[in-house]
Design a protein around this ligand. Structure first.
Ligand SMILES: [Zn+2]
Length: 335
């Protein structure tokens, strides 16, 4: 999709504040300290996902099993050489200090090809979200421009009612087109035609109304398309780490007020879940590679200049998602 907000070059780094203030008991403190949550915890009884989440360990609990993630970045061998090497690290994140942000997984896109790919990838995203939620990760759904559909949803009210953070970064409410580190490289694709590679070309428009139905939104999740609200939620919940995915990598996932650039430059430990995303890239535009190679090039750009990536395998223990039309050889692409 195209940015609706006025483009703003995030050319200045703000110093990320780590100030912590005393907070009232948050949602998860409350629910996990309830008798209901205690009764369910460890019972081994089969229960609904909401109840499993309720039964998850309390924030800061020593019993919370850390998320073990294999992160990937590309590091320049020596400055100015342009010789980047893949660096993988094993990191352990406290699930109670971690959120997933699901970006713009709309029910319908102006591009039919994009809508089809969303339908194909959404079930895997839903599986990943459930796995993360069951481990105690906080889930934020961000279907931009679709808030009307959720105006009475508890998750929407949770976002609106989150207390204003003391450390709201400047420009957190705005789109971010570029961060300074990206000046060190050349943006790898031409997306100036909007990225539709359908024949005939799709017409455009704004047909989205809500998040795609294949992704379940539970009452304990949050719903927002506001950078300010989402930052408030992250601070309220004590979130340091964010796993971001959705569509499209080269537009909203990078640039939204709650996207990779804003989260990374403002001091959150941000990662892109690189197999749970898609790109608006037309293979008939430079550099004239197939659609999925276009996504791979954007992922490489992110790993060089924005933040590390992971795959859904880290939580699900099964091979990363691949689109059925993706012709690339898995071992060659290192997905
Ligand atoms: Zn199209």
């Amino acid at each position: 999709m195209q940015p609706r907000l006025a483009a703003k070059n995030c050319s200045l780094f703000e110093t990320a504040s780590t100030n912590k203030t005393m907070k009232p008991l948050n949602r998860r403190h409350f629910i996990t300290r309830s008798a209901f949550g205690s009764a369910l915890a460890g019972s081994g009884f089969f229960f609904h996902p909401i109840q499993r989440a309720l039964a998850a360990p309390a924030p800061g609990s020593k019993n919370a099993e850390p998320l073990s993630l294999t992160t990937r970045q590309r590091v320049e061998a020596s400055p100015g050489t342009g010789n980047y090497q893949i660096t993988e690290r094993q990191v352990q994140w406290n699930p109670r200090e971690t959120a997933v942000i699901v970006v713009d997984m709309w029910d319908k896109h102006w591009c039919n090809g994009a809508t089809s790919r969303v339908a194909e990838i959404a079930p895997r995203m839903n599986t990943f979200i459930h796995a993360a939620r069951d481990r105690g990760v906080f889930v934020i759904h961000a279907p931009s421009s679709c808030m009307d559909a959720y105006k009475d949803h508890p998750g929407r009210k949770r976002a609106q009612n989150a207390p204003r953070a003391a450390n709201l970064p400047p420009e957190i409410g705005e789109w971010c087109n570029k961060i300074p580190s990206e000046e060190n490289g050349k943006y790898p694709i031409d997306q100036s035609d909007g990225g539709c590679d359908c024949e005939p070309k799709c017409e455009g428009g704004s047909p989205w109304r809500r998040e795609v139905a294949a992704i379940e939104i539970l009452d304990i999740d949050a719903i927002s398309d506001s950078g300010v609200e989402i930052w408030n939620l992250l601070e309220e919940q004590g979130i340091k780490n964010v796993m971001i995915f959705g569509v499209h990598t080269n537009m909203c996932v990078l640039g939204r007020p709650f996207g990779l650039r804003q989260m990374s430059k403002n001091g959150k430990h941000a990662v892109l879940v690189r197999d749970l995303t898609d790109t608006m890239y037309n293979h008939k535009a430079w550099p004239y590679v197939n659609h999925f190679k276009g996504t791979e090039l954007i992922v490489e750009h992110i790993e060089k200049f924005v933040c590390p990536t992971i795959t859904s395998e880290s939580l699900l223990g099964k091979p990363p998602f691949r689109f059925s039309a993706d012709p690339r050889v898995p071992t060659a692409t290192k997905l």
